[in-house]
Ligand binder design. Structure first.
Ligand code: ADP
Ligand code: DAR
Length: 386
């Protein structure tokens, strides 16, 4: 082919396309990794694990996906399933090492997503963002008989970055500085300050964790998912002056935006979170997928990524596990311990929240949780004394 001004661009494109294809094809999964994955897959398959990974990672899907890699970050199936392979007591056991993983490993993610978010089929699409107004939701417990505190959080990922297993030390620092630059511009009730975990003294850190403001360290599920690399570099917490608006940086997700306060005024807590999300959204480019909504490290947080929870005392219901199970399923609620996921209840305080985050608008998610908590409180009032 004679190269001239007309043919050179085409030739250049062709060679770069061939090279890219070869590079991708040559991104073979290392044979030792493959052997390790196959052994661990078999152990999970032979186990009594109740994880969604165990339920949906069939041998056929495993064999189909085990040699796949994502184009931009070369993530493997092992990156996605390592947590569930190491922790057979996982509830889910699956994470996305980068945004492309949701497409490259869709044969596994889609059934897990459909199962967890209660029928979000692979042909379904997350509705456009619609926060609505918190004033529609009356105080869940105006007399303060049941609810200790209310919290609403969502997660956000920044465009152009992968998730924990693929983040470099430089990425963690870059994410932290981009997010902190946006936090610095927050005004009014959102004004506050950021502290990195690298400089925070251990006593202050433990106090913030005990006050349910800061994330715990050493979560074995997240560690096995590759979320603790370079810890604590790039990690930190932003607190407004009133300590009722919190932003976590680079825990499980790039950003967690949290509003919380004593009592049961869900509408007020929700509106405060929405205001914070919108203020940050004006400065940062959030990664939102056409079908899956806001992308997150864990598929349980896709879509709206909203978890609205109450710390609540329901002594009669807690003594009637059958009734509680039936009500939680009916209202699609999830029950956690006092210190959140994988913790036990202390002094009869449970963390109860919406389970679904995908397939509904933000407003509908909050409405679902509001309806559910009201239902539990009604049932508690009717329950016979224990
Ligand atoms: P998330 O995924 O929302 O971060 P976790 O289960 O890890 O949830 O909980 C994170 C922290 O938030 C924990 O310390 C937990 O106790 C706290 N938390 C959750 N809901 C509430 C609430 N309604 N009031 C006070 N703290 C809460
Ligand atoms: N421990 C993991 C987490 C599942 C959902 N919670 C998140 N993403 N924080 C499990 O599979 O049980």
């Amino acid at each position: 082919m004679l190269l001239n001004s007309k043919t050179r661009p085409k030739f250049k494109f062709l060679t770069s396309w061939i090279l890219a294809t070869f590079r991708h094809a040559s991104k073979k999964v290392d044979k030792n990794l493959l052997k390790q994955m196959e052994d661990d897959f078999q152990k999970l398959a032979d186990s009594k694990s109740k994880s969604l990974l165990r339920r949906h990672l069939t041998k056929e899907i495993f064999d189909k996906l085990k040699t796949q890699t994502t184009p931009s970050y070369n993530s493997t199936l092992m990156h996605c399933i390592s947590s569930g392979l190491c922790n057979h007591d996982s509830g889910v056991g699956l994470y996305a090492p980068d945004p492309e993983a949701y497409k490259v490993f869709a044969d596994l993610f889609d059934p897990v997503i459909e199962d967890y978010h209660k029928c979000f089929r692979k042909t379904d699409k997350q509705p456009e963002t619609a926060f609505g107004k918190g004033k529609d939701f009356e105080n869940l417990d105006p007399d303060g008989n049941f609810i200790v505190s209310t919290r609403v959080r969502c997660g956000r990922a920044l465009k152009g970055f992968p998730f924990n297993p693929c983040l470099t030390e430089e990425d963690y620092n870059k994410l932290q500085s981009e997010i902190c630059a946006a936090l610095k511009n927050l005004k009014g009730e959102y004004k506050g300050c950021y502290e990195s975990l690298s400089t925070m003294d251990k006593c202050s850190q433990q106090k913030l964790i005990d006050d349910h403001l800061l994330f715990k360290e050493g979560d074995r599920f997240l560690e096995a998912a590759g979320a603790s690399r370079f810890w604590p570099i790039g990690r930190g917490i932003y607190l407004n002056d009133a300590k009722n608006f919190v932003v976590w940086v680079n825990e499980e997700d790039h950003i967690r935006i949290i509003s919380m306060e004593k009592g049961g005024d869900l509408g007020k807590v929700y509106d405060r979170m929405v205001g914070g999300v919108e203020a940050l959204g004006k400065q940062l480019q959030f990664n939102r997928d056409e079908r899956l909504g806001f992308l997150t490290f864990c598929p349980t947080n896709l879509g709206t990524s909203i978890r609205a929870s109450v710390h609540i005392k329901l002594p009669k219901l807690m003594n009637d596990p059958e009734e509680l199970k039936e009500l939680s399923e009916r209202y699609r609620l999830q029950i956690r311990g006092t210190s959140g996921e994988h913790s036990e209840a202390k002094d009869g305080v449970h963390d109860i929240s919406n389970q679904r985050r995908l397939g509904l608008t933000e407003y509908e998610i909050i409405k679902e949780m509001h309806t559910g908590i009201k239902g539990l409180i009604e049932a508690e009032k009717k329950a016979k004394s224990c």
